[in-house]
Each structure stands twice: as structure tokens, then as C-alpha cells.
Design a protein around this ligand. Structure first.
Ligand code: CAA
Length: 498
């Protein structure tokens, strides 16, 4: 028998519960929304009104749809009101005893055909199920935050869940416009098991002052294309929830990746729960608001006293792989003469072909900065690069070193070669104007050329090595500003102060 699910209950009207209420009501299903007390109910109403009000303002919903959605939801503090529901989804805080208590009570309230689901993120669904007289009708139905937006639900099948219960819940998730995935009953299921190790790691970097919150978030947003950075996401999830998830996963799996970073618990104790309390890693306009407002840790955006930015005269790129080609393109698009070094004529040709494809559609972008080339178009744009390319590696390096100003951007994966290159440049007299940007390069260059290095920016992590050359902060600021100038988010990963 396939269940239709026309009336469902949701228990717990926090961030997740209120979002789940909205998901059901938006899809034409009647909802009994329960919380333990009036303040919980008031919170649920407020979240629902906020979200549907925004949809109304943005004209994603008509007034009639808005009103009909609200008419489908009945708020209550009495679990007994769930009596007529065909499905109940529990979304209370992540405490096993509390959940077991609720499920045991539901046995007395709902009909024998009703399905019981928990939205737990990490607690064992099987243990919750066995708190009832009929564990076969219990499943996990794990939504993601914000539930109305994210089209994903994990359906957790225990060893005892009945086939029809499981299939009906999966079909319901599809009816709600979500992609259901099926997963066994293991802490964190799929998504949280993968996600929370990463989030926890980000917190420990923040806690050890390895990088600022803005830079950590920028790294993952702009560097990896995530919709939010890890600390922004933790503020959205709620630090109390995040703590419970990590703690549960850690207790079950003993994987140190999941041992909650101490600062999470401290922030929870201090009431810094994220967006919902108005302050977490960031400060928000008011509790529940997504709007970040400046606070004492917000970067001023101005350069430190005494720092003056230099003009980029020319740019050299070592390498001809995907990264090097992309970097050449970025600088060339911004109108800078670029010299690049490749290991063979074939590699040089491959880079030029790749750039040709790009610049066919973007001649005007380059031309804005090089008016002389406007008329000649593509051919001259390519020449701009081509003229600076010669055959063997050694002559390339000499070419670069012969310049008075060489601002070098490293893109080679092979660090010893880059170190050799840096040393070569410096020996050839490019000294004080060489800025080498790159990962873990500083120490290697320093070995060969300590007394000659003018400004070497890069991985400040190497400050940890006694023989490293302390990075000049002026150079670092220059590097960040340069990257930003080229429309790239930049960050310094460092144990030093910025
Ligand atoms: N409630 C309802 N709707 C919301 C919302 C919320 N809290 N936040 C945003 N929206 C809606 C907006 O109204 C907007 O809708 P329309 O396009 O229809 O107007 C849409 O979502 C996009 O919002 P914005 O334009 O304001 O912002 P955005 O494009 O940056 O998207 C985001 C915001 C959807 C939150 C996006 O940043 C995102 O997907 N972030 C990642 C979230 C994530 O990873 N969640 C998983 C957390 S882990 C978890 O939930 C499991 C657990 O057990 C804790």
C-alpha cells in the first residue's frame, strides 16, 4: 500500500523544524507543528513568516499562495494533536534520550499505519526506533539547512525499517522536490560525515590564528567555488547543532577529525550560536538575520602605515600547465606584458593555442589596456606574448633576469625548479624587485639566496622554520593587493600577524 501523506506532523520548531514545516506546507500538505512551549511555537511562527514573507516580497509566491500555505499549518504545544498525522518528523535538539522519549510517546498518539521519522543528523536511528513498540515504521529523514532551499534529503534505513515505509518516505521526498539518497545508519550518514571534518578543521585554523575568518571563508568560496565559507556555514547551521554533531560522530567513530575544536564549545557556552543568536564567528544585524555587520575583527580594508603599493611593470610566469596558462591569461587580460617560460617549443605552442582560443572572444578586454593593439586584434595580442618567448629554459631565465623590474608569479608545481629559478634571477641582478608568489617557496629560495632576496612573499608558514627568511609584510600586502587588483580573492595563510 502506498501512503499518500496528506497530513504530517513536525516536532521541534528550531531552524530545521520550521524549515521542514515550510517544505511540507509549500507542497500542499497539512502540517501540525509542535514545540514544547509557547516560546518555541512563537519562534517557529517567526521563522516561517520570515521565510514566506521574503518569498512574497521577491514575488516568488503570490499573496493567495502565501495565505494558503499558512492556512495549512496548525501550531500547538500538545503532542496529542498529532493523532491524525500519517507521518511525524521529529526535529528536536540532538539528545538521544529526548528523542527516545518523544518516540515512545508517539506510539501512544498516532495510528498504527503512521510513519515516524527523525531528522537527526548523527544519532543512531536504530536506537531511536527501538524506543517504540514498532521499530519497523521508523526511518531517518534528514533535511539540509536551509530546508526550503536545499534539494536534498538523506533517507536512513535501519536494519529493521519495513520496505514499504522506506519506499513511501523516499517517494515523499521526491514529491517535495528533493533528491533523496539512501544511506545506512552510521553517524553523520553521507553528507555530514564528509562535511564536518572539513568544518572542524577550518575552526581549528581560525582558533590557532592561522588565518582570519574572512580569509578562511574567501579561500573556500573563491578558491574552491563553495557557496559559503566554512565559518559562514557554521554560523548558518548553528554552533550548538554543529557541536552536537561533531561530538556524536567523534564518540561513535573516534576519528580525531571529528573531535570538536575547543572554541566551538566555548562559543556555545557564551551564547554565540551563529546567525540565530545574532553572533557566532561573525556578527549579524539581529538574531536570525543573514546580514553580517562590521565588528571589532572586521578588516579595515586600508593598508598598514608606511606601505605603498608598487606598480606591476611586467610579469613572468614559469610553467605551461593548466594553472600557468590561466595565470598568464589573467595578467594578459589586465593589460600586462607577460613572459612565460616553458620547457619545450611544443609546450610554448600549446599555451599560445590555449590563449588564442581565449583571446578570440576577448580581444577588447586586452585592448582596453593596450590601445595600440585595438585595430590589429587577435594576431597582435598573441604577438604580445609570443615576442617574449624563446627556446631553451636557460635563455628564458636570462631574459627575465635581464629586466630591471621583474615581478614573478610562480605557477610551477615543481618547487626545486622554482627555487633554482629564483636563485638564478637574483644572481642575474633582478634582486630587490623580485616578488615571488608561491606555495612553500620561501624557504627554498632562501637557502640559495638569503642575502640577495629583496622581497619574498609567499607561504608565511615557513616562518616556522628557523632558517626561513621572514617574509616582508610590505611584500605580503603588495601580493594581496595585486591579486585583488586582478579581480582575485587573495588570502595569506600564515602564523604571523597581518
Ligand atoms: N530560508 C529560506 N529561504 C532561504 C534562506 C533561508 N534560511 N536563505 C536563503 N533562502 C532563499 C532565498 O530567499 C533565495 O530564494 P529565491 O532565489 O527564491 O529568491 C535563495 O534561497 C537564495 O538565497 P540568497 O540569494 O539570499 O543567497 P545565496 O544565493 O547565497 O544562497 C544559500 C544562500 C542557499 C544558503 C547558499 O549560500 C547555500 O547553499 N549555502 C550552503 C548551505 C549548506 O551547505 N547547507 C548544508 C548545511 S549542513 C546541514 O544542514 C546538515 C545538518 O545536519 C546540520
Amino acid at each position: 500500500m502506498t501512503r499518500e501523506f496528506t497530513s504530517v506532523g513536525v516536532i521541534g520548531l528550531g531552524t530545521m523544524g520550521a524549515g521542514i514545516v515550510e517544505v511540507f506546507a509549500r507542497n500542499g500538505i497539512d502540517v501540525v507543528a509542535v514545540d514544547a512551549d509557547e516560546s518555541g511555537v512563537a519562534h517557529g511562527k517567526e521563522v516561517l513568516a520570515g521565510s514566506t514573507g521574503r518569498a512574497l516580497r521577491r514575488e516568488k509566491m503570490t499573496q493567495a499562495e502565501h495565505d494558503a500555505l499558512h492556512a495549512r499549518v496548525r501550531f500547538t504545544t500538545d503532542l496529542a494533536d498529532l493523532a491524525g498525522c500519517q507521518l511525524v518528523v521529529e526535529a528536536v535538539p540532538e539528545h538521544l534520550d529526548l528523542k527516545k522519549q518523544i518516540f515512545a510517546r508517539l506510539d501512544e498518539i498516532v495510528g498504527p499505519e503512521a510513519v515516524l521519522a527523525t531528522n537527526t543528523s548523527s544519532l543512531p536511528v536504530t536506537e531511536i526506533a527501538v524506543a517504540t513498540r514498532d521499530p519497523k515504521r521508523v526511518v531517518g529523514m534528514h533535511f539540509f539547512n536551509p530546508a526550503p532551499v536545499l534539494q536534498f534529503v538523506e533517507v536512513i534505513r535501519t536494519v529493521i525499517t519495513a520496505d514499504d515505509v522506506f519506499e513511501d518516505v523516499k517517494a515523499l521526498a521526491e514529491r517535495l522536490g528533493k533528491k533523496p539518497v539512501v544511506v545506512g545508519d552510521k553517524a553523520g550518514f553521507i553528507a555530514n560525515a564528509l562535511l564536518f571534518g572539513y568544518l572542524n578543521h577550518a575552526v581549528s585554523m581560525y582558533e590557532s590564528k592561522y588565518a582570519t575568518r574572512e580569509d578562511l571563508d574567501a579561500a573556500m568560496r573563491f578558491g574552491c567555488g563553495y557557496p559559503m565559507g566554512p565559518l559562514q556555514l557554521l554560523d548558518l547551521i548553528g554552533l550548538d547543532t554543529a557541536y552536537e554533531i561533531l561530538d556524536t560522530m567523534y564518540k561513535q567513530g573516534r576519528d580525531r577529525l571529528h573531535a570538536p575544536s575547543p572554541i566551538i564549545k566555548q562559543m556555545v557556552s557564551a551564547g554565540l550560536l551563529g546567525r540565530k543568536s545574532g553572533r557566532g564567528f561573525y556578527t549579524y544585524a539581529e538574531p536570525g538575520s543573514p546580514e553580517v555587520v562590521p565588528d571589532a575583527w572586521t578588516p579595515s580594508g586600508t593598508l598598514p602605515t608606511g606601505v605603498a603599493l608598487r606598480e606591476v611593470a611586467s610579469v613572468g610566469v614559469v610553467g605551461s600547465g593548466t594553472m600557468a596558462t590561466g595565470i598568464i591569461e589573467v595578467f594578459a587580460r589586465a593589460g600586462h606584458p607577460v613572459t612565460f617560460v616553458a620547457r619545450s617549443d611544443e609546450k610554448v605552442a600549446a599555451v599560445l593555442t590555449a590563449l588564442g582560443v581565449v583571446f578570440q572572444g576577448a580581444v577588447d578586454v586586452v585592448a582596453q589596456n593596450a590601445p595600440a593593439f585595438v585595430a590589429s586584434g587577435l594576431v597582435l595580442v598573441l604577438l604580445l606574448v609570443l615576442m617574449r618567448v624563446v627556446g631553451a629554459e636557460r635563455s628564458h631565465l636570462d631574459d627575465l633576469a635581464a629586466k630591471v623590474h621583474v615581478d614573478e608569479f610562480e605557477a610551477a608545481a615543481d618547487y626545486p625548479r622554482v627555487a633554482k629559478f629564483g636563485a638564478h634571477l637574483l644572481r642575474r641582478g633582478a634582486g630587490g624587485d623580485v616578488v615571488i608568489l608561491g606555495v612553500d617557496i620561501q624557504q627554498q629560495v632562501a637557502h640559495a639566496t638569503t642575502d640577495q632576496v629583496g622581497l619574498v612573499a609567499g607561504s608565511l608558514q615557513t616562518l616556522d622554520h628557523a632558517d626561513g627568511v621572514p617574509t616582508d609584510l610590505v611584500a605580503l600586502e603588495w601580493m594581496l593587493a595585486t591579486a585583488q587588483h586582478f579581480g582575485r580573492a587573495a588570502w595569506a595563510w600564515s602564523t604571523a600577524q597581518r
